[in-house]
Write a protein that binds this ligand. Structure first.
Ligand code: PTJ
Length: 250
């Protein structure tokens, strides 16, 4: 792994790239994951690389939804596994969610490698691949009968867009984490967190630690008051505002 000096102005961003390249070498991250990350980086850049208010609102609604769920599941792919393994472990414990490996670029060996990778970080992982999500043609249809198949709330970070709609048809609530507020997944999800996963999940853990002591009524109110279209519109407006400010300063 290339040693990135901590003083480098783009230390965090370059470290993320290194993690993903390592992930590819280990056979955990798909090559396509590097391209997907590049798209995410571009959106993060035009959002000023920080967590905005609309993302905090979505993160709070997502945590409330997961705390209220009977059977919440966090779906993990090859990018998520290498970017935030420790935080996935913490979030799963904080909200009482199962963690399931679910990938677009599927091979049984790759699923097993992701499972083993996450287990090093003390994550209990579902990856039986013993059930099928009807109505979906991509490999994402292959799920675990103890996980996504029976989940009522599914967190799908860095999704590729084909599955969100089907999960909803199966009656599940979907929470997406996607820096692109224009993506199909972003528009289809019940809650879309337009934030970098490396900032979003740690913040959700902090929120969950506080919110798990709140009563059901308070959590239900947060979910009921949440409006995803409004949050997405705010994300697009924020990009516009930010770019105008940068243009004015040039
Ligand atoms: O591991 P696999 O086989 O399941 O494949 C995973 C990838 C990510 C390759 C697959 O799901 C894919 O192709 O995804 P897409 O269609 O490129 O969509 C990924 C979305 O995640 C894009 O809209 C990106 O903007 C967004 N994204 C990328 N990196 C981040 C991100 N969002 C939040 N945080 C990031 N770090």
């Amino acid at each position: 792994m290339t040693e990135i000096p901590k003083t480098h102005p783009r230390y965090l961003s370059l470290t993320m790239r290194e993690r993903l390249v390592e992930g590819v070498k280990l056979g955990v991250t798909a090559m396509q994951g590097l391209i997907a990350h590049g798209r995410g980086e571009a959106f993060d850049y035009i959002l000023g690389e920080k967590t905005r208010d609309f993302a905090i609102k979505a993160e709070r609604a997502a945590v409330a939804m997961m705390l209220l769920a009977r059977h919440p599941v966090i779906s993990v792919n090859g990018n998520v596994a290498v970017l935030v393994p420790e935080d996935i472990a913490r979030l799963s414990k904080a909200v009482g969610a199962r963690v399931e490996v679910n990938v677009f670029h599927y091979t049984p060996e790759r699923v097993e490698r992701i499972k083993k990778y996450l287990e090093q970080f003390d994550v209990e992982v579902l990856a039986a691949c013993d059930a099928v999500l009807e109505g979906l043609e991509s490999a994402r249809r292959i799920v675990d009968s103890r996980g996504i198949l029976i989940a009522d709330v599914v967190l799908v970070p860095l999704e590729d867009g084909d599955r969100c709609e089907i999960l909803k048809k199966h009656g599940k609530k979907v929470i997406a984490i996607d820096l692109n507020p224009l993506s199909r997944t972003s528009r289809m999800a019940d809650v879309t967190i337009v934030d970098n996963i490396v900032r979003a999940i740690p913040r959700m853990v902090e929120m969950a630690d506080e919110m798990k002591n709140w009563g059901m009524k308070r959590l239900e109110e947060i979910v009921a008051e949440y409006d995803n279209s409004e949050v997405l519109a705010e994300a697009v407006r924020e990009i516009k505002r930010y770019l105008e400010k940068v243009a004015d300063e040039l």
